[in-house]
Design a protein around this ligand. Sequence first.
Ligand code: ADP
Ligand code: MG
Length: 233
Amino acid sequence: MGTFKDFMFIQLKEVRKIYALGDTKVNALNGIDLTLGRGEFTALVGTSGSGKTTLLNMIGCIDRPTSGDVIIDEVNVVKLNEVELSDFRNKKLGFIFQTFNLLPVLNIFENIELPLLIQRNLSASERKDLVMQAIEDVELTKYIHHIPDRLSGGQRQRVAIARALVTNPSLILADEPTANLDSETAHKILDLMQSLNEKRKVTFLFSTHDEKLMSRVKRMIRIVDGHFASDHA
Ligand code: ADP
Ligand code: MG
């Protein structure tokens, strides 16, 4: 592993998240401390309701913690305003979701290009080069003109992976990316993410409730009721 800075790439300090639900309060995260190094491939494992999505949303700058610090690449994102946050999210982070979240009216090329359109400094030909590289990385080049409906679940998730990769993010967050796939396809998606982690050196943090999938993952963190129950490298 590289420098101290790389080792401390992501740091969570005493992160708590309390949701108000009518009169009651839900303690979704109960003081999470976490350090992830640059280039790591980490699985976050826990049953439904354990806090996986909440934790990924804190790191993904989609939601803010009730208290605590979230430091990504030396930036304490808790201190950023909304405009700074969305800029940070677009430039540094990639997201993969359980339900793929592709836009049905756009073809595969256009779906993958979407995050690049927000980065206004890129020309059309620069965008095309980046999209073609990302499509190639997920081995879907021959489907670029298809719409998502024509693709299988596994292929759609590969498109979503390409869309997450296309901006060359420092970190990809994947929230139960294999939950809607059969187990053979789930293993293939996991293999693809691992090979991209090695090839593109992009840091991955992904959640799952399926421990069977985890045999080849280097680091596995188990979350129970908003606490870390174990952390195995
Ligand atoms: P997981 O992704 O592991 O299934 P979540 O992070 O979605 O778990 O949820 C953790 C806990 O927080 C659960 O008890 C859930 O019901 C609660 N929760 C999540 N989001 C909200 C919300 N927006 N409002 C109220 N409670 C929530
Ligand atoms: Mg969830």
